[in-house]
Design a binder for this molecule. Structure first.
Ligand SMILES: NC(=O)NCCC(=O)O
Length: 382
């Protein structure tokens, strides 16, 4: 059942009376996000290419001194294309071509910044703990084929591309889970390496790579200041916070996560980060169930098995005022196009003032003590 269940929004819409639905949506999702009109040819192309295309916009109030700062983001979720035992290069090329056709539709929709899912060029094979052939999917962030592919697309469509890959740093013999940020000029702006490596469920990523060393880099693009908090980093509120302290206006969260593990948390974490940090957040998850030739165990008493999933998609965008778009499907490839007026960040900040009321200097001092050897927690007992 859980794999076929299309989406929470669809279920609410088909079962609730109209008036009640509006109230349920207001309480659950915040101020309603307005649907964005897209060109008919883009909708047709998406339907022909068999992926879901949804579009929404977040408006801000008209200001007297600043013009609106509208930017359009695109979130891509997709299944792997070939079986996981197909030749490595065939698998990569097939995914390039699938995502390439989605990016083409994003360009028809006027997308300025597009972000792909975590390690988008490969199966999420880290569950297996086998090194071969999975490490062969790793590529140079600066010069790999996938980066070259994205550079062409970025230039062609005048689009910033966030390309999360398995990175190989040849010189030092290191692998990383990293997002390459490619400017709309086609130049590699830089990369952001995954800060927190999971040790939960079948996410055996610590077998392959270490915690990232790029800190909380923010990238100034023509379309806004962006940052990338890769997957498991979304469980760490301070991780979002540090990107925001460096000035991020939009924080992308390319992910790969499965229903049994994280689905009840999914709709909360990125949305909470948008609220707490007065910024936009974009949560992206892959779709599908991935099957591996060799059985692997999950360390939970279950028999060894071949399948990892169900990756439940449900990619969405959250705004600083607590509102959010509906999610993409739990089962289908999709593109979510969202227009946002970045002026909303400062407007909400002026209203709620979390950055001003936060006692950060005090937290920093106390936290330094709390993680020290001689720390005594402040607990008063009778
Ligand atoms: N890819 C990844 O870090 N997944 C961990 C599980 C989760 O964060 O939901």
């Amino acid at each position: 059942m859980s794999c076929e269940f299309e989406s929470l929004e669809k279920s609410l819409e088909s079962h609730l009376p109209e008036a009640e639905l509006a109230e349920v949506k207001r309480i659950l999702f915040g101020k309603e996000t307005v649907k964005l009109d897209l060109p008919a040819f883009a909708l047709e192309a998406a339907s022909e290419r068999d992926f879901e295309l949804k579009a929404f916009k977040f408006d801000a109030s008209q200001e007297q001194l600043r013009p609106p700062r509208r930017t359009r983001v695109g979130l891509v979720q997709h299944k792997i294309v070939l079986p996981t035992d197909a030749p490595v290069l065939d698998q990569i090329n097939a995914i390039h071509s699938r995502v390439g056709e989605i990016v083409e539709v994003a360009a028809m929709c006027g997308v300025n910044i597009i972000c792909f899912q975590e390690t988008w060029t490969m199966p999420f094979a880290f569950c297996t703990r086998e090194k071969e052939p999975w490490t062969e999917f790793a590529e140079s962030a600066e010069e790999g084929n996938t980066t070259r592919f994205c550079q062409e697309l970025a230039k062609k469509y005048n689009m910033v591309i966030i390309s999360p890959i398995l990175e190989r740093e040849e010189l030092h013999g290191k692998l990383w889970n990293a997002a390459v940020v490619i400017s709309n000029s086609g130049n590699v702006l830089g990369k952001s390496r995954k800060n927190h490596i999971p040790r939960v469920g079948d996410f055996n990523e610590s077998t392959y790579y270490m915690e990232g060393d790029t800190g909380h880099t923010v990238f100034q693009t023509q379309f806004g200041r962006i940052a990338v908090n890769i997957c498991y980093g979304r469980h760490h509120p301070l991780n979002w916070f540090m990107f925001s302290m460096n000035g991020a206006e939009i924080i992308f969260n390319p992910s790969a996560t499965v229903g049994g593990l994280s689905e009840p948390m999914w709709s909360i974490e990125a949305r909470n980060a948008a609220i707490a940090n007065h910024c936009f957040t974009c949560a992206i998850n892959r779709v599908g169930t991935e099957t591996f030739k060799n059985e692997f165990t999950s360390g939970d008493g279950r028999k060894a098995h071949h399948e990892f999933g169900h990756f439940y998609g449900s990619s969405y965008v959250a705004a600083p005022d607590g509102s959010r778009t509906p999610g993409l499907s739990r089962t289908r490839d999709g593109l979510l196009v969202v227009e946002m007026d970045l002026n909303l960040n400062r407007q909400v900040s002026d209203k709620w003032s979390f950055k001003m009321t936060g006692r950060y200097a005090e937290y920093a001092e106390k936290l330094t003590k709390a993680v020290g050897q001689d720390f005594k927690p402040k607990i008063i007992k009778e």
